[in-house]
Write a protein that binds this ligand. Structure first.
Ligand code: THU
Length: 139
């Protein structure tokens, strides 16, 4: 699966974000080792702290389907009326969820969209985004 397809899938997932409070919409597309793509969007709640980020929605969606081997995730985010989308890096809680299920060389693809609709991305490894993290191997 090419990075571009994964970013496009994240953009599609972003359309379903439920964001009546922040109006900040995030989409994620999680690639499994078998080549399947699991989408997720952020889902907010009137009790704000209950909100679930797009990345965690994708992971929990996948794990609840019995999938636990993941290769990469694409993430896109920005305010709901924005034509142009800049980089949206995953929050610390989502990085910790990645640490639970992914190897250090798991790819985090941060998608961007220009005002003209052109798609690009930057690629990071989980070990760069969460150095010296605490994971299952530490227990
Ligand atoms: N959000 C995500 O979905 N992923 C992130 O990594 C950062 C933040 C969501 C949570 C909330 O619905 C909105 O963006 C504003 O924080």
């Amino acid at each position: 699966m090419r990075e571009e397809e994964l970013v496009k899938s994240a953009l599609e997932a972003r359309e379903r974000a439920y964001t009546p409070y922040s109006h900040f919409k995030v989409g994620a597309a999680l690639l499994t080792a078998e080549g399947e793509v699991i989408q997720g969007c952020n889902i907010e709640n009137a009790s704000f702290s209950v909100t679930n980020c797009a990345e965690r929605t994708a992971f929990f969606n996948g794990v609840s389907q019995g999938k636990t081997d993941f290769e990469a995730i694409a993430i896109v985010g920005g305010t709901e009326d924005a034509k142009e989308l800049g980089l949206c890096a995953p929050c610390g809680v989502c990085r910790q969820v990645m640490k639970e299920f992914c190897r250090d060389d798991f790819s985090v693809i941060l998608g961007k969209r220009s005002a003209k609709g052109e798609i690009s991305w930057e690629k990071y490894l989980l070990k760069e985004l969460l150095p010296m993290g605490f994971g299952p191997e530490n227990l």
